[in-house]
Each structure stands twice: as structure tokens, then as C-alpha cells.
Design a binder for this molecule. Structure first.
Ligand SMILES: [Zn+2]
Length: 320
């Protein structure tokens, strides 16, 4: 069967960016406020990755990110970030203690430096560094006393015991390549620790609803919260495991978990109220329904928490 043709584009044969298998067009998402063009969303027939199929240039990404205010953004998600940092440090505690005094950690995409600051407070002997794009966050790093590389991963020559990627690998255009870079920065017996959005039961349900003409608006409203020019892929457990394996990393565990950056009410206000223009009177009942469906039964396992390692007996080449 020939792949579905995407009107006005040459994307009909877009291969999966992780496994290379044929992918099928699922839906088009347009958000002129944040993106220069309609995003064509594809789903891999092999690893089931959901991803933006449009070619996205570094210039387009830079323009999208520069339109956001990072100081305001990190302030808005501070409560969710604190929960995420606590969860990550709990997961890494044994690993950091077992590695002795010479342990070093690189927090890729370190944002406002909250993870690095907390890590340094709890584990003062750990050499903790971040990596981030240059910009207005530098004043925050300075205030928190954290050290940050402001360049590309491939330009770092130091090696690390643990590389941390908290909500990073959904942002990168070529995740296989990013994991290869991470692997090259590991010391022997080094680990990579990841938090990233994963495709959950509810995503599957709203993806199925894209085939029902009257329900497409609802699918679009949901999927806008999950995939965009910022979140270029929504991982399945299979796709994430495969991408790590392709980079030469061995999966230790992958744990689905509920993890929200904002309170649920805020997602509803932004995505249903501001973007779909749901009347304010309906937002309160929508919040009740969301709690009843997602929070109370614990069905929203929207994040993958993952630890991978360099296989033993697999020596790293000398640093460049
Ligand atoms: Zn795939």
C-alpha cells in the first residue's frame, strides 16, 4: 500500500528518524503564534514513534526559542521542576554514592540550573557541570554558582560518570545523533539518565480519534499539548530503547511515570481556553473531568524515566 499523500508537500515517504521504517501521516497541526508553518505529524509503522515530519532548520528552532522568555518560562514551571529534580536525585542517589569521590555529572540542557544546584548541595564532592545554549539564563547560573558549557555537545572534551537529560531528548531534531554524542562523553561504566514525554494510553486514544471527522478538533487540542516545534518527537518505549541501543548504550530500566510541568488546570486554560476557545464556564467541569480521568486513577503515565549505561568491556576511544 502506498503511503498517505500529504497535500502540497513531499513528505509522503518520510522515514522514521529513529528506526528508518516507513511512517504514516497522522494529522496536521497549525499554530501561527508559535510556528512558521503547519506541522505534519507522522507515526512510525515500526517503533511507533510520533514525530514532526517537516524538516526543521536550526534557524527555525532558534527563532521559535528566541520568541519565548526563558526566565518567565522556568519561573512558571518551578514547582514541577522541583518535583522532577527530587525524583531524579532519588533515582541517582545510589549511583552517585557508589561511584566514589571521582564522580562527575553533566546536565545537558540544564535550563535555569535548578538540578545542578540541588545536586551540588546534596553531593558536594561531585563535579557537576551543565550544558545549555548561551542567553539570558547566564545570570541565573551565576547566582546559583553552577558551571555551564554554552556550546554544542560535540565540542566538549571532558568525560563524565553520568549524563543527565531532563526533558531534553524530545527537543532535538536528530535524537539518534544526540545519544551518540552523549555516549562519546561517558567515562567507562558511565550512565545516561533521561526524563522525556512518552506516548501513553490517552495519546493512543486521541490518535485513534483523528480518524473520526467530528472528533479531530479534540485530537488536535490534545496533541498540541504533546507535540510541537519544541517537542519534535513523542517517544514510545520501543523507540527510546532502540535509539539508545543504536548509540551503543544498554538499557538498565525504563519506567513510565506521571509527571506534569504545570498544574492540570493550567494546561486546560492554555490549550482548551486560549487555543480552542472553550468558554470559561466549561473549564471548571473540564478540570473535574480531567482529574477523574487522568489523576485519580493514575492513567496518565506521560513520562519515561530511563537509565542506560555503557556496556562493560566496551572501552571508550581516547578524548579528542
Ligand atoms: Zn521507527
Amino acid at each position: 500500500m502506498s503511503p498517505k499523500r500529504v497535500p502540497g508537500s513531499s513528505l509522503a515517504k518520510t522515514p522514521c528518524k529513529v528506526c528508518g521504517a516507513q511512517s504514516k501521516h497522522v494529522i496536521s497541526l497549525a499554530d501561527p503564534k508559535h510556528e512558521p508553518h503547519t506541522l505534519e505529524i507522522f507515526r512510525c509503522t515500526g517503533c511507533r514513534l510520533l514525530f514532526v515530519g517537516n524538516p526543521v532548520s536550526p534557524e527555525q528552532l532558534a527563532a521559535a526559542y528566541s520568541a519565548e522568555d526563558p526566565l518567565r518560562y522556568f519561573d512558571e514551571i518551578a514547582v514541577g521542576t522541583d518535583r522532577k529534580v527530587a525524583s531524579a536525585l532519588h533515582d541517582l542517589d545510589t549511583l552517585l554514592r557508589a561511584s566514589g569521590d571521582s564522580v562527575s555529572v553533566l546536565d545537558v540542557g540544564c535550563g535555569d540550573g535548578r538540578f545542578l544546584q540541588t545536586l551540588q548541595q546534596r553531593h558536594p564532592s561531585v563535579r557537576a557541570l551543565g550544558q545549555e545554549l548561551p542567553g539570558p539564563l547566564a545570570s541565573l547560573w551565576q547566582a546559583k554558582g553552577v558551571r555551564v558549557y554554552t556550546g554544542a555537545l560535540e565540542n566538549i572534551v571532558e568525560r563524565f560518570s553520568v549524563i543527565v537529560l531532563l526533558d531534553v531528548v524530545e527537543h532535538v531534531p536528530d535524537p539518534n545523533r544526540s545519544f551518540v554524542h552523549c555516549r562519546s562523553l561517558l567515562k567507562e561504566r558511565g550512565h545516561v539518565y533521561i526524563h522525556t514525554p512518552r506516548l501513553c494510553f490517552w495519546d493512543g486514544l486521541f490518535l485513534a480519534a483523528t480518524r473520526i471527522p467530528g472528533a479531530r478538533w479534540l485530537s488536535r487540542a490534545w496533541l498540541r499539548t504533546r507535540i510541537s516545534i519544541f517537542h519534535l518527537q513523542l517517544w514510545t518505549d520501543t523507540a527510546l530503547t532502540l535509539s539508545l541501543q543504536k548509540a551503543g548504550l544498554e538499557l538498565v530500566y525504563l519506567r513510565p511515570q506521571t509527571e506534569l510541568s504545570w498544574p492540570l488546570e493550567r494546561y486546560l486554560r492554555v490549550y482548551l481556553g486560549e487555543r480552542v476557545h472553550l468558554p470559561p464556564l466549561l473549564l471548571r467541569p473540564a478540570a473535574w473531568l480531567a482529574h477523574l480521568l487522568f489523576v485519580w486513577p493514575g492513567t496518565l503515565r506521560n513520562k519515561a524515566i530511563c537509565l542506560a549505561r555503557l556496556p562493560s568491556g566496551n572501552p571508550q576511544p581516547e578524548p579528542r
